[in-house]
Design a protein around this ligand. Structure first.
Ligand SMILES: Cc1cc2nc3c(=O)[nH]c(=O)nc-3n(C[C@H](O)[C@H](O)[C@H](O)COP(=O)(O)OP(=O)(O)OC[C@H]3O[C@@H](n4cnc5c(N)ncnc54)[C@H](O)[C@@H]3O)c2cc1C
Length: 285
């Protein structure tokens, strides 16, 4: 008998969209520039869901046709014959180790410099990592770093504004380099404060003790300060754990969870149960 190979999924389609609005969401005093960009497309075959990713094709450099990078879709709305969606982009740059010069990240600078009415090409949608459970009594633990907050802001809004009557606990642990970089929880934009009076919602900020460095952010301390509740949530059979943000948060979370569990072995077994029951989802970059 020939081995059966499942048919490959079709490649994501490509689309174009026009920028409607670009707004900085970090305060002027912050060294980080993060922008909330709203796009408009008249191509109704683009039918994403919140939390999907799009692969933006920025103009390429050094002879490459394009430079593709992933961004999470946050706000999403059908308006008549068009779809409006938003992404949240951090302007990246890096210092070359060899010559000490600063270089701009290609796609993030392209997006942050776009002007209203200019267009982008992108492929997608891909992935749907954070699915709100149907059972409103399920607990949800969200761990975010930096722009990783973007999909959670949308999920929290869906839970409290669209679904309503949520009985499970929703806990957000959010790490940033300094209070100025707490996206959607700063003086410029404090969207998340709209939900602080919800009895089932709590947000914990984890700010780096060393703001000049990327890591470690005090995510481990924030988890340790809430150890009893987090551990109890993790052991419930219906709890979802959602993680989004920079890759360097994973070892910090792993170590913190090992300490909550009392041993890395105990944590490994709880983690394995969460993964195998598809209750652990992460988007890290
Ligand atoms: C699943 C997923 C979801 C994502 N979602 C978001 C999102 O919602 N919002 C968001 O802002 N980003 C998101 N990202 C990150 C995004 O895709 C890009 O990686 C990011 O914007 C940087 O792309 P760039 O083209 O600007 O930088 P690039 O030009 O690709 O450079 C990327 C970075 O690599 C490093 N680098 C590159 N070359 C060198 C070098 N020679 N020496 C030293 N360092 C170097 C630098 O840190 C630089 O900033 C996501 C990534 C993934 C994988």
């Amino acid at each position: 008998m020939q081995p059966h190979t499942p048919p490959a999924a079709p490649p994501p389609r490509t689309y174009s969209a026009t920028l409607k609005e670009s707004r900085r969401i970090t305060p002027p005093a912050s060294r980080e520039e993060v922008r909330h960009l709203v796009f408009h497309t008249g191509d109704l075959s683009f039918d994403p869901q919140l939390g999907n990713l799009i692969r933006v094709m920025a103009p390429g450099q050094f002879g490459n046709r394009s430079h593709a990078r992933l961004y999470s879709i946050m706000d999403l709305e059908r308006r008549g014959n068009a779809t409006e969606f938003a992404i949240c982009v951090r302007r990246c740059s890096y210092i070359d180790d060899f010559n000490g010069e600063e270089y701009k990240g290609i796609a993030s600078n392209y997006l942050c410099d776009l002007r209203p009415d200019e267009g982008i090409n992108f492929a997608g949608p891909v992935g749907y990592p954070f699915v709100i459970p149907e059972d409103k009594s399920a607990d949800i633990l969200m761990l975010a770093m930096g722009t990783g907050i973007a999909p959670f802001r949308t999920l929290i809004r869906q839970i409290y504004e669209k679904i309503g009557g949520w009985q499970g606990r929703v806990r957000l642990f959010y790490g940033a380099k300094s209070p100025l970089e707490m996206l959607y929880m700063n003086d410029e934009n404090n969207d998340l404060a709209n939900y602080f009076d919800q009895p089932t919602f709590k947000a914990f900020q984890a700010v780096s003790p060393r703001p000049a460095f990327d890591a470690p952010v005090a995510m481990d301390q924030a988890l340790a300060q809430n150890a009893a509740e987090v551990w109890e949530m993790l052991k419930r059979p219906d709890t979802r754990v959602f993680i989004a943000g920079t890759e360097n948060m994973l070892p910090v979370i792993d170590k913190a969870m090992g300490e909550l569990a009392g041993s890395s072995r105990e944590w490994a077994s709880v983690h394995a149960a969460l993964v195998s029951s598809k209750r652990w989802s992460e988007v890290v970059y």
